[in-house]
Design a protein around this ligand. Structure first.
Ligand SMILES: C[S@@+](CC[C@H](N)C(=O)[O-])C[C@H]1O[C@@H](n2cnc3c(N)ncnc32)[C@H](O)[C@@H]1O
Length: 278
């Protein structure tokens, strides 16, 4: 073959190679972008960060927090100056009271809006940070509180073990973990499939069901003719499941209570399932 043709062919092959490389690179970047675009926020990253969540649950207020925390710190025999972590703390209703009682208090939560709100209350022994409970804790504490159904949010049940392991590693010797969860039996017994509630001029339609081991609450918010949809999806966990997770994380359930007055837990009648672990 004449030298000219050989040169020409090799030039074309190189051109094709370069083009295929650019095409592959383009495809890679496109898919990468697409994946990022596709990664939707999890329900708990979304709903709790809205003002609507705080309006709908306004009855879970400071008075309830004070009553519960008063009973709990007495029961746990905590001393002034002890370090307490409230995770997740929401806007800090329990953390504020704990600080007022003389505890060195840290509140942490995934919701940037809630932490921004709570930060206005920061003082020397009261701080608030954004933190995901699936990640290791940043300090060590005499008590770690996980309050008002802030457990069982994740798609995999095994993530609960990871969360408990993080808590365990963050406990000082002799410390306690408190999980304040819903009472599954009572929630199922009293489940209202559809409710219409109006608060602060906003109409909420709440549809609840139990499906595939989750208690699912769909929340439709109608504000000024604009409709927003949110979801709450909490794992249907009972005491046996909690015992299993605790054991798997190397913890032991020391005590159980059924309400914020710390009355005994009774699966048919209690409002809450409150666990003290160590
Ligand atoms: C039902 S609220 C309870 C908040 C607070 N304990 C209270 O009683 O007001 C649940 C909280 O969990 C937070 N949360 C959800 N997923 C989280 C995660 N992976 N890590 C840390 N906080 C999370 C939400 O932002 C929300 O503030």
């Amino acid at each position: 073959m004449p030298q000219k043709y050989i040169k020409d062919i090799s030039h074309r092959t190189n051109l094709i190679k370069t083009k295929s490389f650019s095409l592959a690179w383009f495809n890679f970047l496109f898919l990468f972008d697409f994946k990022i675009m596709q990664k939707e926020k999890e329900w708990f990253e979304h709903w709790f960060d809205t003002p609507f969540y705080h309006i709908l649950y306004d009855y879970r207020n400071d008075d309830e927090a004070r009553y519960f925390m008063g009973n709990l710190v007495d029961h746990l025999n905590l001393s002034k100056g002890d370090k307490i972590l409230d995770l997740p703390c929401g806007k800090g209703r329990h953390a504020l009271f704990l600080y007022e009682q003389g505890f060195k208090t840290t509140g942490a939560d995934l919701s940037a809006n809630s932490i921004e709100h709570a930060k206005q209350f920061e003082k020397q022994d009261l701080s608030f940070n954004i933190h995901d409970m699936r990640d290791p804790l940043k300090g060590s504490y005499d008590a770690i509180f996980n309050l008002f159904t802030s457990f069982g949010y994740f798609s995999q049940e095994t993530t609960n073990i990871k969360v408990l392991e993080n808590f365990k590693k963050g406990l000082l010797p002799g410390g306690h973990i408190v999980i304040d969860f819903l009472n599954l039996e009572k929630v199922i017994q009293q489940l209202i499939p559809e409710q219409h509630i109006t608060k602060k001029g906003i109409d909420f339609v709440i549809r609840k069901r139990v499906s595939e081991n989750f208690i699912i609450k769909e929340i439709e918010v109608n504000q000024d003719q604009e409709i927003h949809h949110y979801i709450e999806k909490v794992q249907a966990l009972d005491l046996d499941k909690m015992k299993y997770f605790a054991k798997a994380a190397g913890l032991e359930i020391e005590e159980t209570f059924g309400d914020y007055g710390l009355n005994p837990f009774d699966k048919d009648n209690s409002d809450r399932l409150i666990l003290i672990l160590k």
